[in-house]
Design a protein around this ligand. Structure first.
Ligand code: NAP
Length: 272
C-alpha cells in the first residue's frame, strides 16, 4: 500500500509564503495574554512569539501572576482589547481555576479574538458565517485540503469533542458534507466506529488510544493529540499503528502542531 506522511511543514511553508506577501508594509501587533504559570501555555506562547517575529509581526507579551483576581484580569484584557496599537489577542489556556473563562473572554473585542473564543465568534462558527474558527481545527482542515483528502460523503470518526479542537472541527467537517461520528469518553465500542471510518481524527490527549486494530486498512489518520511520554512527544495514535494501516497520516511531532501557529498569524489578516 502506498503511504503518504502528511507533514505539516509543506502546508505551513505555503501559508507562510502567502502571509509574507499579505503582511508586507503593514504594522501588525499580536498580543499574548497569559494568567498564571501553566508550563504548556508558556511553551505555546514562546513558539507563537517566535513565529510572529519571523513574519515581521510585532508582539506584546502580557503575563499576569497566578494570584490575579477575576476583576484585575478582566480590566487588563479589556485595556489590551481597547488599545488601537493591538491587531489581535491570543488568550492562553488553561486559566487558573479561580478565573471564569466565559466572563474573562467577554472582555475581548470579537474582532481581535485570534482563536475564536468569544461567544460571538463561536456563534458565527456555529452558523457557518465565519472562516475564522479556532486555529487547531483550521490547521487540520488546511492539512486535509493541502493533501487533497476527500471529505464530501466520507465517513469521519471525530474522536474527542473538546471546546478547542473536536467540537469546532466537527462543525467544519459537517460544513464540508462529511458524515461525522463524534466519539467521546462514554462512547460504547469505539473500535467499531473507528473501523468504519475513511478518516479518523483523534483529539483526546491519551497516548495509545487508537490501536492498529481500530484503523481500517487505507484510512487517513489525523493525530491532533500531544502527549509527553517519558520526555518524548507522542500523539494519540502510535506511529507504528499509523504506519501499519493508514494510507496517509500526520506524524507527531511534525504534523498538526506545525500548522496551528501559522493559523494564529493568518487570523491577523481578518483586519484587512
Ligand atoms: P479536551 O478539551 O480535554 O477534550 C478531550 C476530549 O476527549 C473530550 O471530548 C473527551 O470526552 C474525549 N475523551 C477522553 N477520553 C476519551 C476516550 N477514552 N475515548 C474517546 N474520547 C475521549 O482536550 P483538547 O483541548 O480538545 O485537546 C485534545 C488533544 O489535542 C490534547 O492532547 C491536546 O494537547 C491536543 N492539542 C493539540 C494542538 C496542536 O496544535 N496539535 C492544539 C490543541 C490541542 P468527553 O467530552 O466525554 O469528556
Amino acid at each position: 500500500m502506498e503511504q503518504t506522511i502528511l507533514y505539516g511543514k509543506p502546508v505551513a511553508d505555503a501559508i507562510r509564503q502567502q502571509l509574507k506577501e499579505k503582511f508586507a508594509g503593514r504594522d501588525l501587533t499580536l498580543a499574548t495574554f497569559l494568567v498564571g504559570d501553566n508550563p504548556a501555555a508558556k511553551v505555546y506562547k514562546r513558539s507563537l512569539l517566535k513565529t510572529a517575529a519571523s513574519l515581521g509581526v510585532k508582539t506584546r507579551d502580557v503575563e499576569l501572576p497566578e494570584a490575579t483576581t477575576q476583576e484585575e484580569a478582566e480590566i487588563r484584557l479589556r485595556e489590551l482589547s481597547e488599545d488601537p496599537a493591538i491587531t489581535g489577542i491570543l488568550p492562553l489556556m488553561p486559566l487558573p481555576r479561580h478565573i471564569s473563562k466565559l466572563d474573562l473572554i467577554q472582555q475581548l473585542d470579537p474582532e481581535k479574538d485570534m482563536d475564536c473564543v468569544h461567544p460571538m465568534n463561536s456563534g458565527r462558527l456555529y452558523l457557518g458565517i465565519t472562516p475564522w474558527g479556532p486555529c487547531t481545527p483550521r490547521a487540520c482542515m488546511a492539512i486535509l485540503d493541502h493533501y487533497d483528502v476527500p471529505l464530501e460523503g466520507s465517513n469521519v470518526a471525530m474522536v474527542g469533542y473538546g471546546e478547542v479542537v473536536g467540537r469546532p472541527l466537527t462543525l467544519m467537517l459537517m460544513g464540508r458534507y462529511a458524515t461525522v461520528t463524534v466519539c467521546r469518553s462514554r462512547t460504547k465500542n469505539l473500535p467499531a466506529i473507528t473501523r468504519q471510518a475513511d478518516v479518523i481524527i483523534s483529539a483526546v490527549g491519551k497516548p495509545g488510544l487508537i490501536t492498529e486494530d481500530m484503523i481500517k486498512e487505507g484510512a487517513v489518520v489525523i493525530d491532533v493529540g500531544i502527549n509527553s511520554v517519558e520526555g518524548k512527544l507522542v500523539g494519540d495514535v502510535p506511529e507504528a499503528a499509523k504506519q501499519a494501516k493508514a494510507s496517509a497520516y500526520t506524524p507527531v511531532p511534525g504534523g498538526v502542531g506545525v500548522v496551528s501557529n501559522l493559523m494564529v498569524m493568518e487570523t491577523l489578516t481578518r483586519s484587512f
